[in-house]
Design a protein around this ligand. Structure first.
Ligand code: ZN
Length: 199
């Protein structure tokens, strides 16, 4: 980090995250309180960073502080995408990305939990994929259609939660709104990555 300002922004994001978790029994039960120290991680800007920075809508009163915090760290975060253009297409990659806020390679270091802030623009299809780690989606802003094998499809909005078991295939589609989600991972495969497919 090059100045104190980004560090303050990350600390505010961590504070917003822990307050949200502490206030929500489902989040608390899934991840506990993710104490983790801030570590050096270089900024890695991608197009989604600027789009998120400019997006001030779609949150609820409860999710406002984390949405705002995500916008404030957008310029300074080490954005990731995981997928290739071959897998998801150039349009998807131009309006999608995630920040590992807490985790083994996050801005806040933890080997016990991963907490991502993930953004998708409107009218995107996130194809079927799976991963070993158990996962909890908590919607910060916007909405999208969530699908998972063994669960009915469901449109989720701010404050809604969806849990995916280990290796349970799932997919997501946005329509007229972007979506910003807090995504928590725990358990075996914590350091792994998703892979495309349904099996
Ligand atoms: Zn997932």
């Amino acid at each position: 980090m090059t100045s104190a300002a980004p560090q303050d922004a990350f600390l505010r994001a961590y504070h917003a995250l822990t307050l949200l978790i502490a206030a929500n029994p489902e989040l608390m039960a899934f991840a506990g309180w993710p104490y983790a120290p801030l570590v050096e991680k270089p900024a890695k800007p991608i197009p989604a960073a600027q789009i998120l920075k400019d997006w001030a809508e779609g949150h609820s009163d409860i999710t406002l502080s984390l949405h705002q915090a995500a916008r404030d760290i957008a310029d300074h975060a080490g954005w990731e995408q995981t997928y290739t253009e071959e897998e998801v297409g150039a349009e998807f990659l131009s309006r999608y990305g995630y920040i590992e806020l807490v985790g083994p390679s996050g801005h806040f270091q933890s080997d016990g939990v991963r907490a991502y802030l993930a953004y998708w623009g409107e009218n995107l299809y996130y194809p079927w994929h799976l991963h070993e780690a158990e996962e909890l989606y908590y919607i910060v802003s916007g909405h999208a259609l969530f699908e998972a094998e063994g669960l009915p499809p469901q449109v989720l909005g701010p404050g809604d939660i969806r849990i995916h078991a280990s290796n349970q295939p799932h997919a997501m589609t946005t329509t007229d709104s972007p979506i910003l989600a807090l995504v928590l991972w725990r358990g075996a495969g914590l350091e792994g990555l998703p892979r495309m497919g349904r099996a």
